[in-house]
Ligand binder design. Structure first.
Ligand SMILES: Cc1cc2nc3c(=O)[nH]c(=O)nc-3n(C[C@H](O)[C@H](O)[C@H](O)COP(=O)(O)OP(=O)(O)OC[C@H]3O[C@@H](n4cnc5c(N)ncnc54)[C@H](O)[C@@H]3O)c2cc1C
Length: 517
């Protein structure tokens, strides 16, 4: 690469989807504005992708980390398009979608029409076997309770317990919502996770009414720019339930335009035919001739240079290295960003207060005829069931293209906030534990065709109440004390892949603005 001294050098720390998307946005913006930027991406591990990890082996496509994108959050689909991968998108077939909840050791279907964790149909609440008569009555009190005028941030648990009572929350909402963050519903900030719930309460008072209105609105919106005849309408109760077992988020924002009917993006969740690793590979291909992409490069310090800019200290394959940068985009988890940034911006110390929870995914495969249809596309396990498995996705049913038809592939999640004991087991014991629980719940065989354990230490950030205020104060301090350093990534404003991409793009905008001024 031919670099001149007038080049602006930007270092991206971390090569997960946030870091790669930031480098990609930087390249695009640099080209648009004809700014001579060079970029270095430094990744500690021996591969790019971070939490995105796809195995392609023996006719199977196994996602050890994320397996899908929420299509309504535009940043993900826009990047897929820009990378030329749109034709490889596969939508989740709503008619295959069938998620259960484990209740006293049995798999019971989610009440029909549940919109993420909010009931949209009083009839379905009355009919579910998951709740006692008292629990049902308390859930439906939401229809008449006044809104809480307090405003401000609160925990998801507090808001939902106010509206629906404890039973709906502990049996249904907790495994759906907390599962996304592997967190405790009573410790997660509403404003940082599902801000639309407060907005729904403000506008509709009842969350059931709000969810119902959403369903109606969706049914009324023509899917391809034309009005749907009544014959084309699905009954409200047959609305696809967002797949909670895949740890995704309900969109807080509206889709930019309705995708054409039949298009994969008309489905709430999409994946890429070759696996989400394809996105990492395409980003790498797009960047490799423009940026310096370095693996096995752990950033150990960021220091201020007297004449302006930043010195980055790196250990690259056990050798110390240093480089100077005009701008720095830090996309590591918050606990890794904090010690790098606190010496140049003391407020960044606060980032270390964002707790992270460790999890593992245990993939097991069985002959397809040994897994009962009742397993559907997966199930969720409430905390109170006291099991190691917190959720299970039947990947072969959810995404049939990922395995041969005679094999059922199940991906079980283990580990959540306050319950990580099973993660202490070694791989063999962990697989045995998962197999025992699957046998109890589904009657699957004791020996799988194969299994694979992937550990995700300190992987899931927990946005506590007050998270966004804390973050805003750190970002203000960074602007004041460390101009040219920006942060982005799962630890901050959404951990879903589309949120990470959006944050990366915003960080680039902010950085270029700072560098100009
Ligand atoms: C099991 C699991 C399932 C999930 N399922 C979904 C899903 O279905 N859909 C979805 O949208 N999201 C899902 N998520 C969330 C999503 O995958 C992650 O939030 C997202 O990929 C995080 O991207 P990131 O780049 O911000 O962070 P990371 O992927 O964590 O990348 C950060 C990178 O920084 C590197 N790094 C750390 N310290 C340093 C340092 N000092 N120097 C250099 N590099 C450093 C790390 O090695 C890492 O590669 C899931 C997550 C997990 C764990």
């Amino acid at each position: 690469m031919d670099h001149t001294r007038s080049d602006v050098h930007v270092v991206v720390i971390g090569g997960g989807v946030s870091g790669l998307a930031a480098a990609y946005a930087l390249r695009r913006r640099a080209a648009e504005r004809r700014v001579p930027i060079r970029c270095t991406v430094l990744e500690r591990d021996n591969r790019f992708g971070g939490k995105i990890l796809t195995y392609r082996e023996g006719g199977f496509l196994l996602e050890a980390g994320p397996d899908s994108l929420l299509s309504r959050k535009p940043a993900g689909i826009q990047l897929v398009r820009a990378l030329g991968v749109e034709s490889e998108l596969v939508g989740l077939d709503a008619h295959r979608q069938h998620t259960s909840i484990v209740h006293r050791g049995r798999l019971l279907p989610l009440p029909a029409g549940t919109q993420l964790a909010i009931p949209s149909s009083p009839g379905a609440v009355r009919n579910t076997e998951l709740l006692t008569p008292q629990g049902k009555a308390r859930t439906l009190l939401d229809l008449v309770l006044p809104a809480d005028p307090a405003g401000g941030d609160e925990s998801l648990g507090r808001l939902l317990r106010r509206r629906f009572g404890d039973e709906w929350v502990d049996v249904i909402a907790e495994p759906i919502l907390a599962g996304i963050y592997a967190g405790r519903i009573d410790d997660l900030s509403v404003q940082a996770t599902f801000p639309h719930l407060q907005e729904w309460e403000r506008r509709h008072r009842s969350l059931i009414r709000a969810a119902r209105a959403q369903v109606r609105e969706r049914l009324a919106v023509p899917a391809s720019g034309r009005s749907r005849g009544p014959g084309n309408r699905r009954p409200v109760d047959a609305q696809p339930v967002p797949a909670p077992a895949i740890r995704e988020e309900m969109p807080a924002e509206a889709p930019p335009a309705s995708p054409p009917e039949g298009s994969p993006t008309a489905s709430p969740f999409v994946t890429v035919r070759g696996g989400l690793g394809t996105l990492v590979e395409r980003l790498y291909d797009e960047l490799r001739d423009w940026a310096e992409l370095v693996i096995c490069a752990e950033v150990t310090a960021v220091e201020k240079v007297a004449g302006g800019g930043w010195r980055i200290r790196v250990v690259h394959r056990d050798r110390p290295l240093e480089m100077e940068a005009d701008g720095v985009i830090v996309t590591t988890p918050a606990f890794a960003a904090s010690p790098l940034l606190a010496p140049v911006c003391p407020a960044a110390e606060k980032l270390s207060q964002i707790p992270y929870v460790s999890t593992a995914t245990v993939i097991v495969a069985f002959p397809a005829n040994t897994v009962p249809a009742q397993a559907g596309t997966g199930f969720l396990v409430p905390h109170r069931e006291q099991r190691a498995i917190t959720a299970c996705s039947v990947l072969s049913t959810k995404w049939p293209h990922t395995s041969p038809p005679d094999v059922a592939v199940l991906r079980c999640y283990v580990g959540r906030a306050g319950d990580t004991a099973a993660l202490e087991l070694d791989d063999e014991a962990l697989v045995q534990r998962v197999l025992t629980e699957l046998r109890e719940l589904l009657g699957t065989p004791g020996r799988p065709l194969f299994s694979r354990v992937t550990r995700w230490p300190q992987a899931m950030p927990q946005y506590r109440p007050g998270h966004l205020d804390m973050l805003a104060s750190v970002e203000r301090s960074l602007e004041a004390h460390a101009p040219g350093i920006v942060i982005a990534g799962a630890g901050y404003r959404g951990l879903g892949i589309p949120d990470c991409i959006r944050q990366a793009e915003e960080a680039v905008r902010k950085l270029l603005h700072a560098l100009r001024s």
